[in-house]
Design a protein around this ligand. Structure first.
Ligand SMILES: *[C@@H]1O[C@H](CO)[C@@H](O)[C@H](O)[C@H]1NC(C)=O
Ligand SMILES: *[C@@H]1O[C@H](CO)[C@@H](O)[C@H](O)[C@H]1NC(C)=O
Ligand SMILES: *[C@@H]1O[C@H](CO)[C@@H](O)[C@H](O)[C@H]1NC(C)=O
Ligand SMILES: *[C@@H]1O[C@H](CO)[C@@H](O)[C@H](O)[C@H]1NC(C)=O
Ligand SMILES: *[C@@H]1O[C@H](CO)[C@@H](O)[C@H](O)[C@H]1NC(C)=O
Ligand SMILES: *[C@@H]1O[C@H](CO)[C@@H](O)[C@H](O)[C@H]1NC(C)=O
Ligand SMILES: *[C@@H]1O[C@H](CO)[C@@H](O)[C@H](O)[C@H]1NC(C)=O
Ligand SMILES: *[C@@H]1O[C@H](CO)[C@@H](O)[C@H](O)[C@H]1NC(C)=O
Ligand SMILES: *[C@@H]1O[C@H](CO)[C@@H](O)[C@H](O)[C@H]1NC(C)=O
Ligand SMILES: *[C@@H]1O[C@H](CO)[C@@H](O)[C@H](O)[C@H]1NC(C)=O
Length: 313
């Protein structure tokens, strides 16, 4: 290995840690990596460890949560897509033998508190469980007719206690639908007017967002989904109070966040705003100066002092 190459390799290794977060900031919590613009604010740290709206808390038992919420963070990524994988609660409504509502939870969490998160329409679906059940969710500011911009949900029915089948989520005991972009809450509306008397095989209705391919319906779930959590992928972008701009405006504005060389701006497709990406051939963190590093490392067999053929590793 030539001295030059050795230097490059050494410097790559020593800068790797500082390319995840801001210097002096904690970059992991409970096994989850916290890449900037996410960050854990700590007393005595002289920099903003996150962009506003991207704060993560790491208090109780070293469990990362979206700051000021109980929403547990499973994974945060900047590249190749801006994503926060979190756990959201299953919503439910339970009935007694005469069909009266005895208990319920709407699942509301308000993901738009800081303005940066949207439920990913590309990577999640809405699932409803129950045997005489209509559930929908809604989101966004209203138009002329209704209070919200989006309403989506589905209907599930069972002829009797034996009609639902494991692994079949097609309208009997279980239904699922694609969701629109711009959803900002986990809130579910249950159509409680439909008869539910004497349905001991399905005493509750349930509804939840979940990442596609993750959930497989089991008939036994008709009786035991209360209190469960599901993995959901959130899209995030630079928007809201920080900036609400598309790339065209953001690029010429103060506080433009794609600060690394070899980074580019991408318009958000789920909600307003933009995000940053390293350009082709680079990886790392476009939100940090020099955060995008080459994915090509040139191996030099070097005996003759010239550079060998480039080889991707
Ligand atoms: C941190 O952010 C606040 C508000 O966004 C700003 O007023 C302050 O100057 C920032 N501090 C540092 C050290 O960048
Ligand atoms: C978290 O996301 C990163 C980047 O997308 C991925 O490489 C990693 O496998 C993920 N980890 C988990 C536990 O999902
Ligand atoms: C079922 O609940 C309804 C209201 O929630 C109540 O009026 C009714 O008495 C309850 N029935 C039984 C059998 O407990
Ligand atoms: C956004 O701006 C509004 C009004 O200017 C303010 O009340 C709110 O606290 C800000 N939110 C964040 C996350 O900074
Ligand atoms: C999200 O919150 C911002 C203010 O922070 C608001 O302007 C916007 O309409 C909200 N979006 C949705 C989909 O609720
Ligand atoms: C529920 O079952 C009880 C006892 O078998 C019966 O008296 C009642 O009529 C049933 N209610 C409905 C709505 O089917
Ligand atoms: C951000 O954009 C949305 C939709 O374009 C708008 O409703 C909202 O008022 C804007 N918020 C700010 C703080 O400019
Ligand atoms: C981003 O969106 C703005 C406004 O909608 C548009 O003018 C611009 O061409 C878009 N940029 C890219 C790279 O798609
Ligand atoms: C970000 O860049 C990588 C590498 O060039 C590319 O594979 C990926 O599709 C880009 N992501 C987006 C959302 O444009
Ligand atoms: C270096 O690579 C060249 C071309 O691939 C090869 O001909 C040569 O034998 C290599 N030298 C050493 C010392 O491995």
């Amino acid at each position: 290995m030539s001295p030059l190459l050795m230097l490059i390799v050494l410097s790559l290794a020593s800068t790797a840690a500082s390319l995840i977060g801001k210097p002096g900031c904690q970059t992991t919590c409970g096994g989850v990596t916290i890449p900037y613009p996410f960050g854990i604010s700590a007393e005595g740290v002289n920099v903003n460890c996150s962009l506003p709206g991207f704060e993560i808390s790491c208090a109780k038992n070293n469990v990362p949560v979206l700051a000021n919420t109980h929403i547990k963070v499973l994974n945060l990524s900047v590249m190749p897509r801006p994503e926060a994988r979190v756990q959201l609660p299953v919503a439910w409504t339970c009935y007694n033998s005469t069909g009266g509502v005895i208990d319920e939870s709407t699942g509301a969490v308000d993901l738009n508190r800081t303005g940066v998160y949207r439920i990913s329409d590309a990577y999640n679906e809405l699932v409803v469980l129950g045997c005489n059940t209509e559930v929908y969710t809604n989101s966004g500011p209203g138009g002329n007719q209704y209070q919200n911009s989006f309403y989506t949900g589905c209907i599930s029915y069972c002829k009797d206690s034996r009609s639902a089948q494991d692994d079949k989520c097609a309208g009997v005991g279980c239904c699922h639908v694609e969701i629109p972009p711009d959803l900002t809450d986990n809130w579910m509306y249950f159509q409680t007017g439909w008869p539910h008397a004497n349905m001991t095989f399905s005493p509750c209705d349930y509804a939840f967002f979940v990442e596609k391919e993750h959930y497989k319906f089991k008939v036994s779930d008709l009786t035991n989904m209360r209190g469960k959590l599901m993995p959901v992928r959130l899209d995030w972008a630079i928007r809201s109070n920080i900036s609400n701009m598309s790339c065209a405006e953001a690029k010429t504005s103060l506080g433009y966040t794609c600060v690394s060389r070899n980074s580019e701006c991408v318009n958000s497709t789920n909600g307003p705003g933009y995000f940053c990406n390293c350009t082709r051939g680079y990886e790392g963190n476009p939100y940090i100066i020099d955060g995008c590093t080459s994915t090509f490392i040139y191996l030099d067999n070097g005996s003759d002092g010239t550079h060998g053929d480039g080889q991707v590793v």
